[in-house]
Design a binder for this molecule. Structure first.
Ligand SMILES: O=c1ccn([C@H]2C[C@H](O)[C@@H](COP(=O)(O)OP(=O)(O)OP(=O)(O)O)O2)c(=O)[nH]1
Length: 151
């Protein structure tokens, strides 16, 4: 199992707010909690940057992390992410921040400690680019956006 360093950057963590943990042995994502002293109300259409109280240092450039919405919050309450997906670079050492966006029709209250999003770790390939005159021929070529005719 990959080891990632985690640092508590807000004193609320460890007192009133739990550290992230995998809910089941098969969980891909770790829930991130809102590290807040007071509840905040998120009106329809509003976006707010929610601190999580923790920083991670992945270190290995062949890994990254992604912040994703929680399906329950998104489906039932319209709370997703203002940036749709948050990408955490392997050299980022700042606090993990969740851009919470209320795309629903009603206000939503984010309580301190609420599980607001989830974090997954993903493999990354860093590419080297070689400038060429032509690509090798492929069956698809430049066709895209419905080119194969499938509906
Ligand atoms: O939802 C997010 C997205 C990003 N980050 C942090 C980790 C990431 O490594 C860093 C930079 O993110 P990104 O590269 O997406 O930001 P940018 O807008 O391109 O700015 P920068 O110039 O800082 O790269 O911000 C978060 O905490 N939460």
């Amino acid at each position: 199992m990959t080891s990632i360093d985690i640092k508590i950057v807000n004193k609320l963590i460890g007192n009133t707010i739990e550290l992230p943990q995998y809910a089941t042995t098969g969980s891909a994502g770790l829930d991130l909690r809102a590290c807040l002293e007071h509840a905040i109300e998120l009106n329809p259409g509003q976006t707010v940057l929610v601190p999580t109280g923790i920083a991670i240092y992945i270190g290995d450039p062949s890994l990254a992390a992604m912040i994703l919405p929680r399906s329950g919050l998104g489906h039932k309450h319209g709370i997703v992410l203002g940036n749709l997906v948050g990408l955490i670079d392997s050299d980022y050492q700042g606090e993990l921040m969740v851009s919470a966006w209320n795309r629903g029709q009603t206000a939503f209250v984010i309580e301190p400690g609420e599980r607001i999003a989830q974090l997954i770790f993903v493999p990354v390939v860093q590419a080297n680019f070689n400038v060429v005159e032509e690509f090798n021929v492929t069956q698809r070529g430049e066709g895209g956006f419905g080119h194969t005719g499938r509906k």
